[in-house]
Design a protein around this ligand. Structure first.
Ligand SMILES: [Zn+2]
Length: 393
């Protein structure tokens, strides 16, 4: 690889690390009881990659412009219907669902250090919660167990890549992931989202932990106006998630897709960015700088609650898993019933935890702590707008 190529790839990962995944320690979280899915603070992940600096960029992408070769280009000249294309190296994750020519987002599961295709397929279906219910004993809500994705499966194709990446170092895996993404982007599919599922290998001399992240934002809302979201601006980005841990890594995947497809910000704050005075990362719609911006975006939604909140909470309680995620002997989550109501919540957004430089629409959401598997009304509005770009057929 030439020096320039190496530099570009290095940059991609530096910026990728900035759009950190999962969840973080929010300011009201007690230090001795970190969220269960906080990779940055969890002691079982001894060597997370750098969380980078503040210069998050929406212009850097490892996902080039959608291929200009349309899947329809092989359909012949007579106009008669032929069977859907099957992209090279990609197979159906779920039988009878995909249609490569349909107007859909294409999710591609790519395995890292899986021992077999069957294991990869089963894990992919689990991580996506494709069945519509929470997995892992009813505690972990993957993307398709969460509304509004659950009722919009028809807007997605779900593939897996037959080429499993094997590696024993972080750099090795990252380089191979970039190469594989290049292959995927040659399939001719549009709106492709590589989902790298990392099966951890950690032993003396071997560490494959990669901090969950999206390599960029799939779309950018401009002028604090939802009407600025248009399909031609959508360029989904690849996401990385470790599959075994935390327990809620399926909902961490949903969080990453919140960045990589829907362009949502990180509402959390992690060390070392939780120092007083550190500048937040402002990004609409869920991390804005001024009350006027917030009012423009969600002033008409104040007091609303995402209807999925009730469903999610009661499901966890019915499954006997509420206590697993929200133990009664800690207090950080106990204002959740109020904090999921749209309002004006100051601070965080990767900055001063008690500052006035960032305003969020809800105090709790999946973009803040992914074990709260609820987008919240403002984020959900953006997700629904983007899903509305696709006919599904
Ligand atoms: Zn994130």
């Amino acid at each position: 690889m030439d020096k320039k190529g190496f530099s570009v790839i290095a940059l991609l990962f530096i910026f990728g690390a900035l759009i950190l995944g999962g969840t973080g320690v929010v300011y009201f979280t007690s230090k001795e009881n970190p969220p269960v899915d906080s990779p940055e603070s969890a002691p079982q992940n001894p060597v997370p990659v750098s969380t980078g600096n503040e210069a998050a960029s929406t212009t850097v992408s490892s996902n080039p412009l959608p291929a200009t070769t349309s899947p329809e280009s092989g359909t012949g000249t007579s106009g008669k219907k032929i069977s859907p294309l099957k992209p090279a190296n990609l197979e159906n994750l779920v039988q009878g669902h995909n249609d490569a020519r349909a107007d859909r987002i294409n999710l591609v599961i790519v395995g890292i250090n899986f021992s077999s295709i069957d294991e990869l397929k089963n894990t992919g279906i689990e991580m996506l919660s494709w069945g519509g219910s929470p997995v892992r004993n009813g505690v972990a809500f993957g993307p398709f167990a969460i509304e509004p994705l659950r009722s919009n499966k028809g807007k997605f194709n779900v593939w897996y890549d037959t080429a499993i990446i094997n590696g024993t170092t972080q750099d090795d895996i990252r380089n191979k992931a970039v190469d594989e993404e290049g292959s995927i982007n040659k399939t001719g599919l549009k709106y492709v989202v590589p989902i790298f599922l990392n099966k951890l290998k950690q032993s003396p001399g071997i560490n494959t932990f990669i901090t969950p992240h999206s390599v960029g934002f799939g779309i950018t809302l401009e002028d604090n106006s939802f009407s600025s979201l248009t399909k031609d601006k959508l360029q989904p980005k690849a996401v990385f998630v470790n599959v075994q841990e935390p327990l809620t890594s399926p909902s961490q995947l949903a969080h990453e897709l919140g960045h990589g497809i829907f362009g949502l910000a990180d509402e959390k704050t992690d060390s070392p960015f939780d120092k007083p005075g550190s500048a937040p990362r402002i990004r609409a719609p869920d991390c804005v700088a001024t009350p006027a911006d917030a009012q423009k975006l969600w002033g008409d939604m104040v007091g609303q609650v995402d209807p999925f909140y009730t469903n999610w909470k009661s499901t966890l309680q019915q499954n006997g898993q509420w206590e697993t995620l929200f133990p009664s002997d800690v207090s950080w989550w106990k204002s959740m019933d109020d904090g999921v109501k749209v309002g004006y919540y100051y601070g965080q957004c990767y900055g001063d935890p008690n500052g006035k430089d960032a305003i969020r629409p809800t105090d709790f959401s999946i973009m803040n702590q992914s074990q709260v598997a609820v987008f919240g009304p403002v984020n959900r509005k953006q997700v629904e707008i983007v899903l509305g770009f696709f006919k599904g057929f």
